[in-house]
Write a protein that binds this ligand. Structure first.
Ligand code: PGA
Length: 240
């Protein structure tokens, strides 16, 4: 695992964007996984700017969603796919035909298998970039998710419901279930990158980098991956 120290959130975003640009230069039709949340916003802005400047050709890139809510309408604007579309995929001109996404209205048992099959048929994930949950989660893989877990339906933990309430107005209306790629699914990505910024991630990032490796902190999966990179800013690394 390589740990890159970024000066700040903007530097972290630039470094992660450079990785995506290099990936698409090497393989224009790469299959990518990108996170939602606050952390990747600078990365998305950098990618859109790179495309506008002609430094990024997104005409063949393909995406798989990392996670999403279950049991909401497919066109609910709070669906994570639609959030990702607004922030990145639409500005990059990535159409439906190049997106594999959990359908929140899909059959809860069949949907995860459909996504795993689509990833396999698409040749596997080339690059997965993930954020770091306050409890160490990756996607909706909460603490004690198995390292060999596959895509699945999951119940959101009270902590995730609380942290998502900001996007929904109140805890009462946050969906109680979601779909997520599994830790085993992410482990098979050719390259796995974790991005983290800000002092509020300091404790959990320290646990992810230096604490005991194990399922209690899902982000410690990075340490088992052969091509893993952590890009974190000085505040998150406790070096400010
Ligand atoms: P954040 O979320 O980027 O909004 O901090 C990270 C996560 O929970 O995965």
């Amino acid at each position: 695992m390589i740990v890159e120290t970024a000066v700040d959130d903007a530097d972290m975003s630039r470094r992660a964007a450079a990785m995506v640009v290099a990936q698409l230069r090497a393989k224009p039709d790469s299959l990518l996984v990108l996170p939602t949340g606050a952390t990747p916003l600078g990365l998305f802005r950098a990618l859109v700017a790179a495309a506008e400047a002609g430094d990024l050709d997104a005409s063949c890139v393909r995406f798989v969603t990392l996670d999403d809510y279950r049991g909401i309408a497919a066109d609910d604007p709070r669906r994570l796919l639609l959030w990702l579309r607004r922030a990145l995929l639409d500005p990059l001109g990535v159409g439906e035909d190049r997106i594999v996404a959990f359908d929140p209205e899909g059959d809860p048992e069949a949907e995860p298998a459909r996504i795993e099959a689509a990833i396999a048929e698409g040749g596997g994930i080339d690059l997965a970039i993930v954020g770091l949950g306050p409890n160490g989660h990756l996607g909706f893989n909460e603490p004690c998710s198995r390292f060999d877990s596959r895509a699945r339906r999951i119940a959101l933990t009270p902590e995730s419901i609380r942290s998502n309430a900001a996007y929904w107005g109140s805890e009462d209306v946050v969906p109680r279930e979601g779909f997520t790629l599994g830790l085993g699914t992410l482990m098979e990505a050719r390259r796995l990158v974790l991005i983290a910024s800000g002092a509020r991630k300091r404790g959990i990032l320290a646990a992810a980098l230096d604490g005991p490796t194990g399922e209690a902190v899902p982000a410690t999966l990075l340490r088992l991956h052969p091509e893993a990179t952590v890009i974190a800013d000085r505040a998150a690394l406790g070096r400010d």
